[in-house]
Design a protein around this ligand. Sequence first.
Ligand code: AMP
Length: 214
Amino acid sequence: MNLILLGPPGAGKGTQSKLLSERFNIPQISTGDILRENVRDNTPLGQKAKDYMDRGVLVPDELVVKMVSERLNENDCSLGFILDGFPRNIEQAMALEETLEQDAKRIDHVIGIEVETEELIKRLSGRRVCKRCGAAYHVTFNPPSKEGLCDSCSGELYQRDDDKEETIVERLRVYDEQTLPLVEFYKERGLFRKIDGAGGVEDITSLIVGVIGK
Ligand code: AMP
């Protein structure tokens, strides 16, 4: 099963992708995570991407498309995958179609998670992430048992640079302008499934599992 999780920053794409990945035993491909790893390791890709990410705008398509195509070619994607944070605009969606066609594959469902802007800002500005394992917390909604430390691996929690208020506003603007048109793009292809992302984590997973019919 090949899935795309679509939705604004803070909608819960990462959380839901991880849960679905475990449930269906198919990899989660988060372009944001892969790019952050490249920035952390100071790779040539990371050096090119860093400035765009710090500003909350999209990294150029050619870099991201190549990165995703390579990832999709890996063996663990043969039975399915969950794309989290890709595609982010029409060009990327068209490039994805082309890459998949070459392998006689296609997307089965595009899950659009919808959450109100005010709620997104609250979620993003309070988000803290574990430096070691990437687990996500929230200072109010999902705090760790020990302040600043990850419950599962005791790694240090930090606030992503792009989760600072001014960058959040820019990321949401970029989403509306460049990513939202994908809703129509995938509706035209009969693949779009809308999900209300306002509830609890497990409720939302159940909604998603319900619409994909598994
Ligand atoms: P995310 O973790 O998905 O919120 O992504 C963090 C940042 O990585 C974004 O603000 C972009 O700068 C960059 N990024 C992630 N995915 C993409 C993509 N598909 N295309 C371009 N830039 C991306």
